[in-house]
Design a protein around this ligand. Structure first.
Ligand code: ADP
Ligand code: MG
Length: 991
């Protein structure tokens, strides 16, 4: 029985075999292939199908006996698979007949493998069981053949039968024959075996050769394959480079395309531009032609314009002249109104006063004419006159309108001072500061300044800064300072003569809003400084300083001016009982500063030579804005209430004092005559100014600069004068010191001379003694010699003493001289020394001249005198007697003139010489004083001397004599200077 595993039953006619379909199996799957199976013999088809997986076959009902089982395998699934893919065991009747069986490893792919003749004996149960079990992978079988075994005949006995190949007859042979036959056959087979062995060897050899050639062929094949690989590799790399090159080429092509487009566009663009430019060029050439044609016209125009410019320049000059005149007139108008003006303002009765029923004592009937009446009694009325009187109905606008011209002067470079004076509660703060709704002079002034500055902005550049100060108890406090400094603020004078407070905050303000902020800060910090605001503010002066720097944009001139707006402390006097402690001090300081203010104004008005600015901090601060060219406005604030009558009267009296003197009779006379002139001039000026007002404004400002410069120079002049004064004072001091030291020196030299004289007297005595000794030596030398020796010793001691004394004196002199030198070397006194030297030189000259004159006249007198011989004798004897003194004296001492004068004659001479000099050189009396003193001295010397003739006219002596004279001269100069200063002051004030 042949089972086609995994396939169907087949009837092969030409084969004795019968192929049964796949029956008897248990488990597994069917597998089929179309692959041809090589060397499959007669029945290759059975290998086209197979059973695979885990399966077994059971053949039942077989007659008992022995059977052969053939198994057919072929690797039909894993045709190219490796070894060991499919390893399995085969069991028959549960007995392993094939172990780890691998088809592929035995035959390879698609080749049949037959396991033939597995012997099995079937028992009574008639069953053959076949089981396939996978070790790796799944087992597989293509066909199973079950065959029954043939019964093999058993030879019995020794007799054997040979079968004939041709006829199949059995021939009986004997054992010997059999043996022979067997030997023969054996031999035959052996021979055959031998042949086959040799054939086999040959074949083996052939095989070996074939193998060798195969190996060689394989090697060659390998080489060829490697070469092929290389070639393939090369081809691949070439392919890659070709790919890259293609890519590059593509890129280049695309960029080329891109650029092509771009350049085409650019060229188009340029072409368009060229077209436009061509058009423009055509236009321009057209215009150029037109221009060329219009040149002559243009030339005409240029000449026309030049003429206009000349006219304009001419007009400018005229303008500036007119402007100057206008300025002058404006200033003159201001001056005719008075540089000091007083406005009186009376506040309305307060609610409290009305409710208290207090009566009004102020009469405003003639207020328009500047008169104000105060009812001092039931029927008595005292009238005061001011430049302007404001009734309680006049508001802040009215008040400021009158202050406006002064305010404008600040921008013109003038210094201005506006202050409010009066009793506390009369409206000083109201007038100056005002309230939020009713702003006062301070705010309105700054508002106006900005307004005018804006108007003039084309020709002028203004720089406005603001400081706010408070003067309390003669101490300055900076109300804008954010950091409280312990340093005391002091007033200093700058090199240009301006007074300023170093370290004070100067807030730069650009617009009116900033101004309001600054004013608020100021009034706030004033409030912060005290517990009771009203109380404190009425006891201190609040001072707002507006500094204006201007630059004329046309001329480049700069001016610097100041406007002070002062809210003074209350002027009321404290009742004596109230004045205690701090309050007393406050009251004293206020009184001091207000009366200092009054004094200054008074001194200015009376053109006093000395203006006592430094008497208080207030006047010192206001120095630049009081007097000179500066303008002052005082608001005297009064209360209408009868209660305040006495204070009102005192305020009005103060104000009248301030104003009254300014408009004194002398001034008035001058004013009326000048006023007439000015009025006519003003009329003219007004007419002119109306026509040229616009342009005048611009040119106005250049003049301002000049004026301010002149003012600056005036101030510099003033400061220089002050400096000269100071220097002269210092000179005086130095001179007096110098004189003192000279006096000391002369005293010392006198003493020295005294000592020297003593020593000479002693020497004389010694000589006398020596003479006596000689005499005595002759008589009794032995006794006397000892005495002489003693005396000599004493003498020596005395001489030594005197010498040591004189030495110490000399040392002292040297020291004094050194001190003097030191003083002279002092850098501060260099200037002074030079001056002193000059003075000395002049003095010496004068002295010499005088002496010459004296000598001349003396010689004349001597020549005429009968006592000539005696005098000469005297001189000679003196010279002989005092050789060493002469040696130590200086040149003046050696003059014979120094001695033996007689007073009347000298005085005459002096008198004469003085006359001569006076008539000749026109020197002041200084020289005369000096000459007189010299003569005095000479005369003194000619008196019978107390220390004989030792007193000489040494240089220090003469200097000492010069001392008082020089002193006098300095004093004299001082007086002259004071007079000059007065003159200069007068000039300044009258200007
Ligand atoms: P002072 O500063 O002189 O002490 P104030 O300016 O503080 O005086 O004025 C005192 C009071 O009088 C304030 O309430 C103020 O508003 C008021 N006052 C002063 N002058 C006027 C005026 N002309 N019109 C209205 N009220 C005034
Ligand atoms: Mg006040």
């Amino acid at each position: 029985m042949f089972i086609n595993a995994g396939g169907e039953a087949l009837n092969e006619t030409d084969s004795s075999m019968k192929f049964v379909g796949d029956n008897y199996f248990e488990g597994g799957n069917v597998m089929q292939t179309n692959e041809p199976i090589n060397e499959a013999g007669d029945c290759p088809f059975i290998y086209w199908s197979a059973r695979i997986g885990s399966f077994s076959y059971r053949f039942k009902n077989l007659p008992p006996g022995d059977y052969f089982v053939d198994l057919h395998f072929a690797e039909i699934i894993n045709t190219n698979g490796p070894k060991g893919m499919r390893i399995f065991n085969v069991y028959m009747q549960e007995e392993k007949v094939l172990s780890d069986f691998d088809i592929f490893s035995v035959v390879g792919a698609n080749k049949p493998l037959q396991v033939v003749g597995l012997r099995v004996s079937v028992k009574e149960d008639g069953l053959i069981a076949l089981r396939f079990e996978g070790v790796i992978g799944s087992p597989m079988v293509c066909g199973i053949c079950v065959r029954k075994t043939q019964n093999i005949p058993v030879t019995q006995g020794s007799q054997e039968y040979l079968k004939c190949n041709n006829c199949a007859a059995e021939i009986e042979v004997s054992s010997a024959q059999m043996k022979f036959v067997r030997t023969k056959v054996t031999y035959k087979y052996e021979k055959k075996i031998q042949e086959l062995t040799t054939q086999c060897q040959l074949k083996t050899h052939e095989c070996h050769e074939a193998w060798m050639s195969l190996t060689a062929a394989n090697e060659q094949l390998e080489k060829v394959r490697m070469e092929l690989d290389n070639k393939i590799f090369q081809t691949r790399t070439l392919d890659e480079t070709v790919g890259k090159q293609t890519e590059n080429l593509k890129n280049i092509t695309s960029s080329y395309e891109h650029y092509k487009k771009y350049w085409a566009a650019a060229i188009n663009n340029l072409q368009e531009k060229i077209k436009i430019m061509k058009n423009e060029h055509a236009q321009l050439s057209h215009e150029a032609h037109a221009c060329a044609e219009s040149i002559p016209e243009l030339n005409k125009m240029v000449t026309g314009v030049q003429a206009l410019v000349e006219q304009c320049e001419d007009l400018k000059v005229k303008y500036s002249e007119e402007q100057a005149k206008r300025k002058e007139l404006y200033n003159q108008i201001q001056e005719t109104k008075g540089n000091i003006r007083v406005f009186c303002r009376c506040r309305p009765l307060s609610k409290a006063e009305i409710s208290a029923g207090s009566a009004q004592v102020v009469d405003f009937d003639a207020a328009k004419d500047g008169n104000i009446g105060i009812l001092t009694g039931a029927s008595t009325k005292k009238t005061f006159k001011f430049d302007r009187v404001y009734t309680p109905n006049d508001n802040q606008v009215d008040v400021f309108a009158d202050a406006l011209p002064l305010v404008t002067s600040v921008l013109d470079g003038y210094n201005v001072c506006i202050f409010a004076y009066g009793q506390t509660g009369t409206g000083k703060t109201f007038t100056m500061e005002g309230t939020d709704q009713n702003r006062g002079v301070n705010y309105r002034t700054l508002e106006q300044l900005f307004h005018i500055a804006k108007e003039r902005s084309e020709t002028f550049m203004y720089n406005i800064s603001v400081s706010v100060l408070e003067v309390y108890n003669e101490q300055i406090r900076d109300l804008l300072s954010t950091s409280p400094t312990s340093k005391r603020l002091e007033i200093k004078q700058s090199a240009e003569g301006f007074h300023h407070v170093p370290g004070i905050v100067e807030a730069q303000v650009e617009n009116i809003k900033e101004v309001w902020n600054v004013l608020q800060i100021g009034s706030n910090s004033r409030a912060v400084g005290s517990n009771n605001v009203n109380e404190h503010s009425s006891r201190s002066h609040c001072m707002l300083c507006i500094m204006v720097k201007s630059k004329n944009l046309m001329t480049g001139d700069c001016t610097k001016s100041k406007l002070w707006l002062v809210d003074l402390a209350g002027s009321e006097r404290l009742a004596k009982t109230d004045a205690q402690g701090e309050r007393l001090k406050e009251a004293q300081n206020i009184n001091k500063s207000l009366s200092a203010l009054g004094d200054v104004v008074y001194a200015l008005a009376t053109k006093s030579s000395h203006i006592p600015y430094r008497n208080s901090k207030l006047t010192h601060l206001l120095q630049d804005s009081l007097g000179g060219d500066s303008k002052t406005l005082m608001f005297v604030q009064i209360s209408p209430s009868e209660r305040d009558l006495s204070e009102t009267l005192s305020s009005l009296n103060f104000a009248t004092r301030v104003r009254g003197v300014e408009l004194g009779p002398a001034k008035r006379q001058v004013d009326t005559s000048e006023l007439q002139k000015m009025k006519t001039m003003l009329e003219k000026a007004r007419q002119e100014s109306r026509s040229k007002e616009e342009s005048l404004k611009k040119l106005e400002e250049s003049l301002q600069n000049l004026e301010s410069k002149a003012k600056g120079r005036d101030q510099v002049y003033k400061t220089q004068q002050e400096k000269i004064k100071e220097l002269e004072g210092q000179l005086e001091l130095k001179n007096s010191m110098h004189n003192q030291s000279e006096k000391q020196l002369s005293q010392l030299s006198d003493r020295l001379k005294g000592k020297e004289e003593i020593s000479t007297a002693l020497q004389l005595k010694v000589k006398e003694l020596e003479a006596k000794i000689k005499e005595r030596q002759q008589s009794d030398s032995a006794s006397c010699q000892q005495k002489v020796k003693e005396l000599e010793n004493k003498l020596k001691e005395q001489v030594q003493e005197s010498e040591s004394h004189s030495l110490s004196l000399q040392l002292k002199i040297k020291e004094l001289e050194r001190k003097l030198k030191e003083q002279e070397q002092n850098p501060e006194s260099i200037l002074l020394r030079q001056k002193i030297k000059e003075l000395e030189d002049r003095l010496r000259e004068q002295e010499q001249q005088l002496q010459c004159a004296l000598a001349r006249s003396f010689a004349d007198t001597i020549a005429a005198s009968p006592r000539e011989g005696k005098w000469r004798k005297d001189d000679e004897s003196m010279n002989e007697a005092e050789p060493h003194i002469l040696r130590s004296s200086n040149s003046t001492s050696s003059r014979p003139l120094s001695h033996g004068f007689k007073q009347p004659k000298i005085s005459d001479l002096v008198h004469e010489s003085r006359k001569k000099r006076y008539s000749r050189s026109g020197e002041t009396e200084n020289n005369m004083v000096m000459a007189a003193s010299l003569a005095d001295k000479r005369a003194r010397k000619s008196d019978p001397p107390k220390i004989a003739r030792g007193v000489k006219t040494t240089k220090p002596d003469s200097l000492a004599a010069q001392g008082p004279a020089a002193h006098k001269r300095v004093i004299n100069r001082g007086q002259v200077h004071a007079a000059m200063e007065r003159d200069s002051n007068k000039k300044i004030w009258s200007r």
